[in-house]
Design a protein around this ligand. Structure first.
Ligand SMILES: [Fe+2]
Ligand SMILES: [Fe+2]
Length: 459
C-alpha cells in the first residue's frame, strides 16, 4: 500500500521493523533461519499478487501490509450507526475499545509463532516443515498488519501497545499472552495440527466478525488476513487427515485398533487430543452472556459472522437467541437477548464449521470399514470461561461431580503417558518424499509441485 503518502507513519514503521526482526530472531522459529524455504509471499491483494511462490530465507520474507480494496460506498451494516458511511478514521468515543480489540487480536499472532518455535526440529517431512514456516511467516505478517493499524490510527498509545505485542511471551507467567489458549504449549506435531485446525479457526471467526467492523481500515485488513488463515486451517485439517490415513493403514495391516506398537496414533488417542484442543479453543469466544459483545455490536465495531450476508437484516434489542444453559443438574436451553449472546452465536458458527472437518475425517474412517467415529466434545466439557467453567461435564455433556471428573479425566484428555508417547514419535524426517511413521503423505504438493519436491533446502 502507498506508505510513502504518509512520511511520518513510514518512519515510525521503519523504526519498528528492527524490533520485529529481533523478536523473530529471539523467539521465532528455532533453526533453519538461513535455509531456503519454498514460501508463498503475498505481493498485492489481487488474485495474481497474493500467491507468489519462491525459495526465501525466513528473515527475508516480505512482511507486507495489505488491506482488501476499499469500497468507497461501504456503509455500516448494523448497530446505532447503521447506514452511515464506514469510518476511515477512529471515532473518538470508541478509540479505547477499538484499540483493545486490535491488541487482543494482534497478540494472538506472535503468540502462535512462539508456541510453535521448536517444531522445526521434529518435522515429519520437508513438506510439513515448509508448511510450518509458511504459517509462521504469515502470523508474523498478521502481527505487522495489526501494528500498522495501531501506528497509523492510535498515536502514542498505539505505539506503546505495539511494543507490548513484542514484550509479552506465550506461556511466561509474569508477562503472558492475553488469551489462555495462546499460553498453552504446542509441544509436538499432533498438537500443531490440532492447533491449526481448532485454534486458527477461532482466528477465522474473530477476523470475520472484525471484517464487519465499521472502522474500515480494520475491516479491510482482516478481510485480507482471512485468505491466509484458510491455509492454516488447511494445514490442520489435512494434517489430521493424514494421521488418520496412516492409522487406518496400520490398523488394516495389523488387524488392531491400537497401533502404537507400530508407531501410529490410535483413533481414541486422537480423540483425546481433539477434546483438549476443541475445549481450549471454544473458550476463546468468551462468556455466553456478554455486555461487551452487545456493546461492540451496537457501536458498529464487531459484527456477526457474515453480518452483511445475514437474512433478516441486522439485530435489534428485541431479538432473541437460544443458547445452552445450566438448568439444575442438567444442561438445557434458554432464550436470551440476541445482542448479549453474540459470543455464543459466533461459537455456534465455529462449532458447525469444525464439525464439517470432523465429518470429512469420519468419512475416511467409514470408507476404510472401521467402526469408529470421531466426535467434537460437548461445549460444556473442560471449560475455563463462561457458565460451564463452574461445572464438570463428560464429552457427551452429562454433568458429573468433581470426584467423578478427577477419576475419569484420563479417559478424555491426554495423560502424561499419552503425551510422552506422542513425543516419542516426533522424529525428524528430512528426505524429500519421506514421512514419519505416524503420518501419511499429502494428496498433492504445494503450488502443483510434486510431493517429493525439496520444500526446504537443507544444504
Ligand atoms: Fe493469524
Ligand atoms: Fe493463523
Amino acid at each position: 500500500m502507498g506508505l510513502s503518502d504518509d512520511r511520518r507513519l513510514q518512519r515510525a514503521l521503519e523504526a519498528w521493523q528492527p524490533n520485529v526482526l529481533n523478536w523473530w530472531g529471539d523467539i521465532g522459529p528455532y533453526g533453519f533461519q538461513q535455509k531456503d524455504v519454498y514460501l508463498r509471499t503475498a505481493t498485492s491483494v489481487d488474485a495474481k499478487g497474493w500467491a507468489h511462490f519462491d525459495y526465501v530465507k525466513m528473515p527475508d520474507y516480505r512482511w507486507g501490509i495489505f488491506l482488501a480494496d476499499r469500497n468507497p460506498e461501504r456503509t455500516i451494516a448494523y448497530g446505532d450507526h447503521k447506514g452511515e458511511a464506514a469510518w476511515q478514521e477512529v471515532p473518538g468515543e470508541y478509540r479505547g475499545i477499538l484499540r483493545r480489540l486490535i491488541v487482543t487480536q494482534g497478540d494472538t499472532e506472535p503468540a502462535s509463532v512462539e508456541q510453535q518455535r521448536l517444531l522445526g526440529a521434529t518435522a515429519p517431512s520437508l513438506y510439513d516443515l515448509r508448511n510450518l514456516f509458511q504459517v509462521n511467516v504469515e502470523e508474523g505478517r498478521h502481527l505487522w498488519a495489526m501494528v500498522y493499524l495501531l501506528h497509523a490510527h492510535f498515536g502514542r498509545d498505539g505505539r506503546e501497545e505495539a511494543e507490548g505485542l513484542l514484550e509479552r511471551r506465550s506461556g511466561e507467567p509474569d508477562k503472558p499472552r492475553i488469551l489462555g489458549a495462546f499460553n498453552e504449549k504446542t509441544p509436538d506435531w499432533l498438537s500443531f495440527f490440532m492447533f491449526t485446525f481448532f485454534t486458527d479457526r477461532d482466528g477465522k471467526y474473530q477476523l470475520a466478525s472484525l471484517a464487519e467492523s465499521g472502522f474500515d481500515p480494520l475491516a479491510r485488513t482482516c478481510r485480507f488476513m482471512l485468505t491466509e488463515e484458510a491455509h492454516h486451517m488447511f494445514v490442520g485439517e489435512t494434517g489430521i487427515g493424514r494421521v488418520i490415513d496412516r492409522t487406518l493403514e496400520l490398523m488394516q495391516e495389523h488387524d488392531t485398533m491400537y497401533v502404537s506398537a507400530w508407531g501410529g496414533i490410535s483413533l481414541p488417542l486422537l480423540q483425546k487430543y481433539m477434546n483438549f484442543h476443541f475445549s481450549v479453543s471454544v473458550d476463546l469466544f468468551g462468556s455466553e452472556n456478554s455486555t461487551n459483545a452487545a456493546n461492540y455490536y451496537t457501536m458498529g465495531l464487531k459484527g456477526r459472522f457474515d453480518e452483511t450476508g445475514q437474512e433478516g437484516g441486522s439485530l435489534t434489542a428485541d431479538d432473541t437467541y437460544t443458547v445452552a444453559a445450566l438448568a439444575g443438574e442438567t444442561i438445557g436451553t434458554s432464550e436470551e437477548s440476541a445482542l448479549h449472546t453474540l459470543n455464543e452465536r459466533l461459537r455456534d458458527d465455529y462449532v458447525a464449521d469444525c464439525q464439517k472437518g470432523v465429518d470429512r475425517w469420519n468419512r475416511a474412517i467409514r470408507k476404510a470399514g472401521v467402526d469408529f467415529e470421531l466426535k467434537l466434545p460437548h461445549r460444556a466439557f473442560h471449560r475455563d470461561i463462561g457458565q460451564f467453567a463452574t461445572v464438570h461435564a463428560t464429552p457427551e455433556g452429562k454433568l458429573i461431580s468433581a470426584d467423578e471428573w478427577r477419576a475419569r479425566e484420563h479417559e478424555w484428555l491426554p495423560t502424561e503417558e499419552d503425551e510422552a508417547y506422542v513425543r516419542s514419535l516426533m522424529i525428524a524426517v528430512r528426505e524429500p518424499g519421506k514421512y514419519a511413521s505416524w503420518i501419511g503423505p499429502p494428496r498433492r504438493g504445494i503450488n502443483n509441485k510434486p510431493v517429493d519436491f525439496e520444500y526446504v533446502r537443507l544444504n
